[in-house]
Design a protein around this ligand. Structure first.
Ligand code: SAM
Length: 297
């Protein structure tokens, strides 16, 4: 058991069933699971979905998974070596189409995800996972921003993190905005800590993150530097935070906010994704105008 890898294994089969049911899978669905662990979800996913691709970092757990699943169902791949060194990852992955479960022994954050998905013909897929809590936000961001994002994710996360992601309007955070930009998140149900081995110090929540159909075209780097500046001091009004971060006089900033339909007295947590997008747009236009003015003079 490696606590540093967030290994709190789900022990309650009914909860595992409830998680898998929440994903509404059919045999035409492909599923990517992150951190299959001992395979409690993997087994049920393989019964409902077409194919399951599971990425597990711990090679000891790969041995457990090999024992659990039948040879005819399982293909294990070690992209970092261990397999046939003469063969590329592509060729090691190819030819496993008939196996229902493919286990990749790798770190999800270091995996070339678009390549892995493409090689497995996984452009249309869902994610179902009990995420390792120490890297939850990083994994969610990776999955939202990747070239081939999942249509839907059903994820078990730490309860507080789930609540923060699915925050009601007026209680937003950088995390909730970064998810709501791409998707609609909702809490499905809560899971008390006693359902894991070892028992963690926190309860969990199962959430659904459904990708939006129309995601606005935007410069995410600019947008998030704006959002981060807006949240730089949580208790302060948006005017104060942005004025300090971008060195813009408060009266000028009040005008900019007004153009974006935001009250200068509002706080960052009260702003929706649309508010941030409008504000980013107004600021970008002002920047272009002042650049034009400079080139004329
Ligand atoms: N799915 C299993 C369950 O529900 O019992 C295990 C869930 S456990 C919370 C998280 C799993 O993620 C562990 O098996 C852990 O080894 C694996 N893991 C941790 N970090 C990882 C990473 N960077 N890439 C892939 N798997 C990781």
């Amino acid at each position: 058991m490696r606590a540093s890898l967030g290994q709190n294994f789900l022990t309650n089969k009914h909860i595992a069933e409830k998680i898998v049911e929440s994903a509404n899978l059919s045999s035409s669905d492909n599923v990517l699971e992150i951190g299959p662990g001992k395979g409690i979800l993997t087994e049920l996913l393989a019964q409902k979905a077409g194919r399951v691709l599971a990425v597990e970092i711990d090679s000891e757990l790969i041995k457990t998974l090999k024992k659990k699943f039948k040879e005819r169902d399982l293909h294990v791949c070690h992209p970092r070596g261990n397999g046939d060194p003469e063969k590329s990852l592509d060729s090691r992955l190819r030819g496993n189409d008939k196996k229902r479960i493919t286990i990749i022994n790798a770190d999800i954050l270091k995996t070339n995800l678009p390549k892995l998905l493409k090689e497995n013909n996984f452009k249309n897929y869902k994610i179902v996972a009990n995420l390792p809590y120490y890297i939850t936000s990083k994994i969610i961001r990776l999955l939202l921003e990747t070239r081939y994002p999942p249509a839907e994710m059903v994820l078990m996360v730490q309860k507080e993190v789930g609540e923060r992601i699915c925050a009601p309007s007026g209680k937003e955070s950088i995390l909730s905005i970064s998810v709501k930009l791409y998707a609609e998140p909702e809490i499905i149900f809560f899971v008390p800590r006693e359902n894991f081995d070892p028992i963690p110090e926190v309860d969990s929540a199962v959430i659904r993150i459904k990708r939006k159909e129309n995601i606005p075209d935007m410069d995410t780097k600019k947008l998030f530097s704006l959002v981060k500046a807006g949240f730089s001091s949580k208790r302060k009004m948006i005017t104060n935070n942005l004025s300090t971060s971008f060195n813009i006089p408060k009266n000028e900033l009040a005008e900019i906010l007004k153009k974006a339909g935001i009250k200068p007295t509002q706080r960052a947590q009260e702003l929706s994704v649309d508010d941030w997008l409008r504000l980013c747009d107004v600021l970008a236009k002002l920047k272009t105008q002042s650049a034009k003015r400079k080139t004329k003079t």
